[in-house]
Design a protein around this ligand. Structure first.
Ligand code: ZN
Length: 157
């Protein structure tokens, strides 16, 4: 395992759309292990592959001491809404409020290519939405209710 460099806002890869994973092989498992280690080393709740410069639809998350790997994830259902402050390893110290669904159901593949469904509430739902946005080049500051404050502080988009 290895800690990979986290791509920061302003770098082009963070704004690109990631492609689906096709090969469930040792390269993928290495990447997943590295992403987990990189997330934990940076005290993150989640990390998406484009944040380590890999434009593939892969996400790792650790919420309430439970660890998740999602490959080619798709949100199939959302319910309610919830507002909390978010941060991002690619954005830096700024935290801002974002409105997200309270409950999210997502389908994904595991590291061997088997499909599963995950339903999350509150922070897990928020984390799923935040990380899946990364796969389409979207960052929380784009959607934040505090975007003006971020821009006034000189924050990059
Ligand atoms: Zn993020």
């Amino acid at each position: 395992m290895a800690i990979r460099k986290v791509v920061k806002i302003g770098e082009a890869n963070l704004r690109k759309k990631s492609k689906p994973v096709k090969d469930f092989d040792e390269d993928l498992w290495q990447l997943l292990d590295d992403m987990k280690e990189t997330m934990q080393a940076n005290d993150g709740m989640g990390l998406a592959a484009p944040q380590v410069g890999v434009l593939r639809r892969i996400v790792v998350m650790e919420v309430n001491n439970a660890f998740f790997e999602l490959i080619n994830p798709e949100i199939i259902k959302t319910k309610g809404e919830d507002v909390e402050e978010e941060g991002c390893l690619s954005v830096g110290p700024f935290r801002g409020r974002v409105k997200r669904p309270y409950e999210v159901t997502v389908t994904a593949l595991d590291r061997y290519g088997y499909p599963f469904t995950l339903k999350g509430e509150k922070w897990l739902a928020r984390c799923i939405c935040h990380e899946l946005d990364h796969l389409d080049g979207v960052l929380f500051v784009d959607k934040s209710m505090d975007k003006d404050k971020y821009l006034k502080q000189g924050g990059k988009i």
